[in-house]
Design a protein around this ligand. Structure first.
Ligand code: GTP
Ligand code: MG
Ligand code: ZN
Length: 329
């Protein structure tokens, strides 16, 4: 490695300008503004928040840092553990799926799509059921579905400091147990991601939105992905707020290999290989071990319905199209 090169993590990237923190992370470090080497664009690689990179002082940059111009350049992106298209993030270890108990109505199918994407990328999903104060029985029902599937579930109300403290402690325990924990809050627009982020990071000014206003304008409050260092008991991890998504369309995007769909539902895994037919699609076949588990109540109908929806979307897309897109990414 060149003497002048330093290792860093991309915290955010907006309009070709990247905010990078030096690695290993220390508290109080400023964000270094970087541009990406032209060769990345040529190779069609986009540096993502979460990327571990090598940076170097930009010899073309003005001598005085004006806070708007990049004074460093990203030379190299180190090998990724994973990368997501939506939300655009690299090297995630955990994904907090934020599902509201009400307002907006919980959309479990979309949440399950994102959970399946996370599972197939080897990212641990954690379920946060928010807005418990608005509908406690809905919150309990959602929590039960995901606990039964084997996930860690935390139920919260932004107005209840105790539930926020539970989340803070949980994230602290993750940071203490593992190095380089990189997590993101993801979920529908209006679910309460930014509200929860601002409770965890009281010093940050994070914009949160009014549901009704957003619905009128038809856009999200949070527009960009940005990682923030979360510190507790000398452990540091990174957490990102992300813009809410409305659709994850498996007919258009190649989020993961269709062959991995069954194992992307963790509660299906113990039954894989037990079906009567080796090519069982677990939709209506006789002797299907997964359908049997649904009938016995070991797999919830909601999760199996989400599986069926993704399967249908994946089938709509011809194989040749899928392969073509794969070769481009
Ligand atoms: N009653 C109640 N309202 C909440 C809770 N959490 C968030 N809200 C409200 O829900 C609205 C949307 O919250 P945001 O945090 O902006 O939602 P978001 O998920 O960041 O939305 P996007 O940035 O558009 O993706 C705000 O008006 C919040 O005050 C909660 O626990 N209970
Ligand atoms: Mg937001
Ligand atoms: Zn089956």
């Amino acid at each position: 490695m060149h003497e002048s090169m330093q290792k860093g993590i991309i915290m955010r990237g907006v309009g070709g300008l990247f905010g990078v923190r030096l690695f290993p992370l220390t508290s109080g470090d400023e964000l270094l503004l970087c541009r990406a080497r032209g060769s990345f664009r040529h190779d069609k690689i986009t540096p993502l928040p979460g990327d571990l990179v090598r940076i170097e002082r930009d010899s073309d940059a003005p001598a005085v840092d004006d806070g708007k111009t990049a004074s460093f350049v990203i030379d190299e992106i180190l090998p990724r553990r994973n990368a997501l298209i939506r939300p655009p993030l690299a090297n995630l270890t955990h994904l907090f799926l934020v599902i509201p108990a009400a307002r907006p109505a919980p959309d479990l199918k979309t949440a399950d799509k994102l959970i399946a994407i996370a599972e197939s990328a080897n990212i641990e999903p954690i379920i946060l059921v928010t807005k418990q104060d608005l509908d406690e029985s809905s919150a309990d029902a959602i929590a039960a579905i995901y606990r039964s599937a084997g996930f860690t579930v935390i139920t919260l109300s932004a107005s209840d400091p105790e539930s926020v403290e539970t989340l803070r402690k949980f994230i602290g325990s993750l940071a203490a147990a593992e190095t380089s924990v990189t997590a993101a809050f993801a979920g529908a627009s209006g679910a309460g991601k930014s509200t929860m982020m601002s409770k965890l990071f009281p010093d940050l000014t994070i914009k949160t939105g009014e549901i009704s206003r957003r619905a009128e304008r038809g856009r999200q409050t949070t527009r960009h992905v940005e990682l923030h260092p979360f510190e507790q008991n000398e452990n540091v991890c990174l957490i990102a707020d992300t813009p809410g998504f409305s659709i994850l369309d498996f007919t258009r995007f190649n989020f993961f290999d269709p062959a991995d769909l069954t194992s992307a539902f963790r509660e299906f895994r113990p039954h894989i290989g037990d079906c009567r037919y080796t090519k069982c699609t677990h939709t209506k076949e006789e002797g299907c071990a997964i359908l049997d588990a649904v009938h016995r109540g070991e797999i919830t109908k909601e999760r199996h319905d989400s599986y069926l929806e993704i399967l249908t979307e994946m089938k709509k897309k011809p194989d040749w199209k899928r392969r073509k897109e794969e070769s481009r990414t």
